[in-house]
Design a protein around this ligand. Structure first.
Ligand code: NAD
Length: 498
């Protein structure tokens, strides 16, 4: 294995597996090569799943308190390496340091939740359901789960998955994004350093072929996916057809509604971070702002605030956000901006051709704002996944709700207002799974679940929280009679318990 190969972790070994080709992993601000990613083959999938399946036999018998203690040690290890993990994300994905730290922290919170697995996976008990008969339910692990993760949260999203799955007694095969795999490698090393038994987590690198071989493998019980809408739909349909339990968290187009009674300064500050933070590469980014009534007069100030945002390399002072993940992503975003301009949206801030002094090769896209967008435009309908904000107008809350409820996706939304009545009506009527009231990016903490709606989610049970504990276990319900000579009264020919 050459020095620059980014290792998988399969069957107790850091390895390049049976890969016959590699993908270069580049720093998006400089194009410096950070390593070569070996693309896992069907043989690697076989080895990883077989090792995880063998490890399940012992891991499922490991007492729940021991599993929880592993998560305590892992939580400590990730906390101790918090900033170092964030620096890996800065180099591999381009986030600024504060944002990269948030990526690690939001994952850490899910490990904290996994520590409570004894409580969250408890069953129910009903005594004396018939004379001498009790019924109870227990939540048992299922076997090997697979996780397929996107590029945009290389710490948080893997940590949404494997800590809870493993704490619940399963084993796990993680296939992270091929675009920024370095943080998942470090997370795997830290898991082992925290004392994880060798094969309860496998790290498998690869592309879509690797992912498809994994999700259809006969020994995979369930699949947790996060990524775009078309891939999410494909993963859900393919894995469900192969008999797997699936949760697929997918893409988005999130609206912020601004009522004229809102605090203007708070709105503009929230909008900048929520639209352009992480270069707009968040599934909960605000990509549409709906200005209601007199709030439409605030547009010039929004334009000024957008123009003041400066992307840069994370080590430079004042980097509002970093480059987009790849040259392909930059080309796609710039092409969509061109389409928006051609279809008649008013391009008031144009981020194409943005240059950052000292970093001529970075995948820079400047802040971009389209005004007077309408819902039939492609720039509105497609998830741009860049620092591009669309502004729409609505006469009143009814119109704003109608715009949002007609959308095919429904991950997150927010309303800024001083009116409790408007806020309550909005949260009640909006057809979106996560709602912020004077909060721009309402990502729930992990004692709740991440509850996208419509095509932002395919499946039944959502990521993290109580729903994920259900996702990673199956319920067994036991009815037990403990009394002397129960059948001595003769045969009971009825289904009723006697
Ligand atoms: P993506 O869908 O391109 O890739 C995600 C993963 O799927 C990667 O590991 C990739 O290797 C794999 N993959 C890609 N094509 C595949 C195919 N045809 N078959 C099987 N596997 C395939 O997503 P991305 O560009 O890495 O991430 C950005 C997307 O993720 C955005 O759409 C964003 O909204 C979404 N996202 C959603 C959430 C959420 O919780 N709803 C969170 C973060 C990101």
């Amino acid at each position: 294995m050459t020095q620059s190969i980014i290792p998988m972790y399969i069957d107790g070994q850091f390895t390049q597996g049976a890969a016959t080709w590699t993908i270069p992993v580049l720093n998006p601000a400089t194009q410096a090569e950070l390593g070569q990613l070996p693309v896992g083959t069907a043989t690697d999938v076989e080895h990883a799943v077989a090792a995880a399946k063998a490890a399940f036999i012992d891991w499922r018998e490991t007492p729940v308190s021991e599993r929880a203690r592993l998560m305590m040690r892992y939580q400590e290890a990730v906390r101790d390496h918090h900033d170092a993990l964030a620096e890996i994300i800065c180099e591999d994905l381009g986030k600024n340091f504060e944002d990269a730290k948030g990526d690690v922290f939001r994952g850490l919170e899910v490990i904290e939740q996994a520590i409570g697995i004894a409580q969250t996976s408890m069953g129910e008990y009903a005594g004396n359901v018939a004379r001498g008969v009790d019924t109870y339910s227990i939540h048992q692990p299922m076997g090997v789960f697979a996780g397929i993760t996107p590029f945009n949260f290389p710490a948080m999203i893997p940590l949404w998955m494997f800590p809870l799955a493993i704490a619940a007694g399963n084993t796990f095969v993680l296939k992270p994004s091929e675009q920024d795999p370095l943080c998942p490698v470090r997370l795997t090393e830290l898991f082992l350093e925290a004392g994880a038994p060798a094969n309860i987590l496998q790290l498998l690198h690869g592309d879509k072929d690797t992912a498809n071989a994994l999700i259809t493998h006969p020994d995979i019980q369930g699949v947790s996916f996060v990524g775009s809408v078309p891939v999410g739909r494909h993963i859900y349909e393919t894995a469900a057809r192969a008999g797997k339990r699936v949760q697929a968290m997918a893409g988005a187009k999130n609206h912020m509604v601004v009522m004229p009674d809102a605090d203007k300064k708070a709105v503009i500050n929230a909008l900048m971070g929520a639209s352009c933070g992480a270069a707009g590469q968040r599934c909960m980014a605000i990509s549409v702002v709906v200005l209601v009534g007199e709030a439409q007069a605030w547009l010039p100030e929004i334009v000024d605030a957008m123009r003041a945002l400066t992307p840069n390399y994370w080590k430079e002072p004042g980097a509002a956000y970093g480059p987009v993940v790849s040259q392909a992503a930059k080309t796609r975003i710039e092409a969509l901006i061109e389409v928006g301009a051609e279809e008649g949206a008013e391009l008031v801030v144009d981020g194409r051709g943005y240059a950052v002094p000292g970093y001529p090769n970075g995948n820079w896209v400047g802040p971009t704002l389209f005004a007077n967008v309408t819902s039939e435009m492609q720039i509105y309908q497609e998830e741009v996944f860049g620092p591009v904000l669309c502004q729409m107008n609505a006469a009143d809350l009814d119109e704003a709700l109608a715009i949002i409820n007609a959308s095919t996706v429904g991950n997150g939304t927010s309303i800024f207002t001083a009116s409790g009545a408007a806020a309550r009506r909005f949260q009640h009527e909006v057809e979106v799974g996560m709602v912020g009231i004077n909060v721009p990016i309402p990502v729930p903490l992990p004692f709740f679940s991440f509850t996208g709606w419509k095509q932002s989610f395919f499946g039944d049970l959502h990521a993290y929280g109580k729903q994920a504990v259900k996702f990673y276990t199956r319920t067994k319900t036991v009815t037990a009679r403990w009394k002397d000579s129960p059948q001595s009264q003769g045969a009971n020919m009825s289904i009723q318990l006697k």
